[in-house]
Design a protein around this ligand. Structure first.
Ligand code: ATP
Ligand code: MG
Length: 574
């Protein structure tokens, strides 16, 4: 392709609406343009990159035995009513009514549609397992669309759904998808981790999120520095060190702490560490109060708390001061577990603490030397807190690290949630009717492009991993008016094209400086320059965008060298 003929509207200035690097660079490099909030047009280079990711996704899904299909984007409201999600999904589901007054929606995901398709067309265990996927535009009316392709309202997703006859079969399919996802993101050239994710009410460890590691990621993830363990904050566990031998348990002591409510103020006043205090929080759970006990320096992990209570996080919130007073008779800041009449949950860490400070359930007072099971007994003791970088890996005991990631993929064993709701069943080998055992597997294709840029850029522009770059080589003709240079550049261009290398030929009548700037901005992995040193010494320069290293070669050697470099970068994992 010739630069002069392509629509590549690069921008000199960083657009003010773009906060993160990928959004800024996608706009500046002329890859995307915004139509309206969270809705973008993909320009030729943007689309070329998207197609690269799609191709890798297709190859690996097909390799894993999945089949591609394409489902409608407009979905009937009735199907969503059958699954119960018409009420539950909330305003992210864009609903509308057609001319016959039928309620419809734009597909944010396709569990209902695919389950309907399978219940009508698959009837016997002999037709299973089935694994079906599509690559399609999704619509979610996100409350805060932002960061360009990272969180759009309209975006491109690969969504896959599997149907198995047995639990073992479904688990095997899940493992296959896990492996396929590993191959996909490795082949995209990205640094990523598969993290254990929360499965809510379904349970088990059958949900993983694939996270591209980047400082600007929205999600915090926990990874072990030594082993493979990785989890998101909602699911992260830690090794519980064996409890120290208990010291002699001291007698409770009431102490005046005038006006001291916050952990920092109380512990400073008492001259103790926050690790020697237990704080008591009150949550409203389905509008009923529940107390939660945690070590002073720890924080609640809401999803863990919701799971411990068997509720949805939407039905959980911190109580306000009035609700605290009404339910405990104590003003907030002085609460403690002794004598509380509302249900009490305690975090595991309390089992390792002795002679700690708590609120006295009386204004301006705290108690010293409280002890679990001697002075109070919580109804539930379990893991309720956020993991910190002081915690240890649950698998190998090494240090854990908290880092940031961007969720690009999510795999989930659904079980029979949708097949039961939609009465989708097959006859097993005994002739018994059974619900399909399902899994679902998503990849944010457009988000993957944004994540790749978040992870790979510098002040000058994008640094694409070669497998997903819109072109593999950008060939700069630095003097389009010079015949010798132009004919050398054209010769190399056609030679590379014949060898299957994707080359963007910058044939524009522009100053070399602006060609260099654009080449850096677009992030194409190899920049090849035919200019003065070709006229003087017959040499062509190859520059690696990522490392900045350059190589000067005679024209005849340049093509074969580039072919070798490109092939090397495209080697798929075994
Ligand atoms: P998030 O927590 O980021 O909203 P999600 O849990 O809603 O994601 P899924 O329903 O699992 O996401 O969708 C599958 C994949 O689609 C995600 O892993 C992500 O890569 C991508 N995705 C989800 N929402 C968006 C969006 N608004 N814009 C771009 N990609 C998205
Ligand atoms: Mg979402």
């Amino acid at each position: 392709m010739r630069f002069s003929q392509l629509l590549i509207p690069t921008l000199k200035e960083t657009p003010s609406e773009a906060e993160v690097a990928s959004h800024q660079l996608l706009l500046r490099a002329g890859f995307i343009r915004k139509l309206s909030s969270g809705i973008y047009s993909y320009l030729p280079l943007g689309l070329a990159t998207i197609r690269k990711v799609e191709r890798i996704v297709r190859e690996e899904m097909n390799r894993a035995g999945a089949q591609e299909l394409l489902l409608p984007m407009v979905q009937p409201g009735d199907l969503w009513k059958e699954s119960g999600r018409w009420e539950k999904y909330g305003p992210e589901l864009l609903r509308f009514t057609d001319r016959h007054a039928r309620e419809s929606c734009l597909g944010p995901t396709h569990e209902e549609v695919i389950t309907d398709l399978i219940r009508l067309n698959v009837h016997s265990y002999k037709e299973l397992p089935l694994n079906l996927y599509q690559i399609q535009t999704k619509f979610r009316d996100e409350i805060r669309p932002r960061f360009g392709l990272m969180r759009g309202r309209e975006f491109i997703m690969k969504d896959g759904y599997s149907f198995d006859a047995t639990e073992d079969g479904a688990d095997a399919t899940y493992r296959k998808m896990h492996e396929a996802y590993h191959r996909i993101f490795s082949r995209c050239g990205l640094a990523f981790r598969a993290v254990e994710a929360d499965t809510g009410t379904i349970g088990g460890s059958f949900s993983h999120e694939f996270m591209v590691l980047a400082d600007t990621g929205e999600d915090t993830i926990v990874i072990c520095k030594e082993c493979e363990y990785a989890a998101n904050m909602e699911k992260a566990r830690c090794k519980t060190p064996t409890a120290p031998t208990p010291p002699p348990l001291l007698a409770l002591e009431k102490i005046e702490t005038p006006g001291k409510k916050k952990v920092a103020a109380v512990t400073e006043f008492l001259k103790i560490s926050p690790k020697e205090l237990v704080k008591t929080l009150v949550y409203m759970v389905e509008e009923k109060p529940v107390a939660v006990l945690l070590r002073g320096d720890h924080e609640v992990q809401t999803v863990k708390l919701a799971n411990a209570l068997g509720v949805n996080t939407d039905n959980l919130r911190l109580a306000d001061d009035k609700e605290i007073f009404d339910s405990t008779g104590t003003p907030s800041g002085y609460l403690g577990p002794i004598g509380l009449t509302i249900p009490v949950l305690a975090d595991n860490e309390l089992t390792r603490m002795h002679n700690f400070a708590i609120g006295a359930n009386e204004k301006n007072f705290h108690l010293l030397n409280a002890n679990l099971n001697r002075d109070f007994t919580p109804q539930i003791i379990t893991d309720l807190r956020q993991i910190t970088s002081e915690d240890r890996c649950p698998l190998c005991g090494s240090n854990l690290e908290l880092t940031r990631g961007i969720e690009v993929g999510h795999i989930f064993k659904l079980g029979t949630k949708y097949s039961e709701a939609l009465k989708a069943s097959f006859l097993d080998n005994q002739g018994m009717e059974q619900p399909f055992i399902m899994g679902c597997y998503g990849i944010g294709v457009s988000r993957t492009v944004a994540a790749a840029i978040e992870q790979n850029h510098d002040k000058d522009g994008i640094i694409f991993p070669l497998p997903i770059a819109p072109f593999q080589v950008i060939l700069l003709n630095l003097s389009p008016k010079d015949e010798a240079i132009t004919s050398a550049a054209n010769e190399l261009y056609s030679q590379l094209g014949k060898a299957g290398i994707e080359v963007l030929l910058d044939d524009r009548d522009e100053r070399p400086g602006s060609k260099f700037k654009d080449a850096d901005l677009l992030g194409i992995p190899y920049r090849v320059m035919v200019g003065k040193s070709f006229s003087e010494k017959g040499l062509v320069e190859i520059r690696d965008r990522a490392t900045g290293t350059t190589l000067n070669l005679p024209l005849a050697e340049t093509g074969p060298k580039l072919v070798g470099l490109v092939r090397e970068a495209l080697v798929a994992p075994q």
